[in-house]
Write a protein that binds this ligand. Structure first.
Ligand SMILES: [Zn+2]
Length: 257
């Protein structure tokens, strides 16, 4: 176990878990975080304000995040706000929570489920590198051993860029995500629908037309609950969001908030 290091990464995975909540006793879906080999750690103690000058080293292995806190950047934005039923930020620490009662799930109660789940889903190519930069000054990691690798899952054409990630819910109350991709070269949108475990359920491409995208989502019986930009500061993503919201409004969708 690596104790209290700073972590800087653009390679991390949300690993779904399903366990019995020690608080309310119900079976709950939550998630843990695994970081990838390109992540950097900084061994120096008390280096909170020294991000630029301290030596960073590559962890060079996948590692399960036991705890994450201290000075943090983007953790709320990229983890808690996007996966709000699975995580919470409390007392400066990222916590996995029960989807029913909101109680903090102890790491001990799901560590092995998350680590095994990561290996199983990763080998099937069902995990996605979130590719968003995270920084935290107090991180404890447990490394995976044995040179494990995982297959990246992505659209077959490299010129598609991920624009939006929408939280979605089915009529039966199942949750998942819809990713909206766009290719400038092809002037083409594509959607990828994923279930709770990140398993791809459906993939479709549309010529230039967001109305077809919205119609398809509606045909699939999915309701959008939240919309996130794939890259918060990208004008390209912001434009995609504005066009998508406009199209949704034309189709009679209303925003709740
Ligand atoms: Zn609970």
């Amino acid at each position: 176990m690596t104790h209290n290091r700073s972590l800087l990464t653009k390679e991390w995975y949300k690993v779904p878990i399903s366990i019995d909540c020690p608080g309310c006793g119900a079976q709950t879906r939550s998630a843990g975080i695994v970081v990838g080999p390109s992540s950097l750690i900084n061994a120096a103690e008390g280096s909170e304000d020294d991000v630029l000058t301290r030596p960073w080293t590559l962890i060079d292995a996948f590692a399960f995040v036991e705890s994450l806190g201290g000075r943090t950047k983007n953790v709320e934005k990229f983890i808690v706000n996007r996966f709000h039923s699975a995580f919470e930020f409390r007392n400066d620490r990222l916590l996995s929570i029960c989807e029913h009662c909101g109680e903090n799930l102890s790491i001990a109660s799901f560590r092995s489920a998350a680590m095994n789940g990561f290996v199983r889903l990763g080998q099937k190519g069902l995990l996605v590198n979130e590719r968003m930069m995270l920084f935290a000054s107090h991180v404890v990691l447990t490394e995976f051993h044995g040179g494990m690798s995982i297959e990246a899952s992505s659209l077959p054409h490299p010129d598609y860029a991920l624009m939006l990630i929408c939280d979605a819910e089915s009529a039966g109350g199942e949750t998942g995500t819809i990713e909206l991709w766009h290719s400038i070269a092809r002037s083409d949108y594509a959607i990828v629908v994923k279930g709770h475990e990140g398993r791809e359920m459906f993939r479709d491409a549309f010529n230039e037309d967001l109305e077809d995208v919205v119609a398809t989502i509606s045909d699939l019986g999915l309701v959008l609950t939240q919309l996130h930009l794939a890259q918060a500061s990208s004008p390209y993503c912001q434009l995609a969001r504005d066009l998508f919201l406009e199209t949704l409004a034309r189709f009679g969708y209303r925003q709740d908030d």
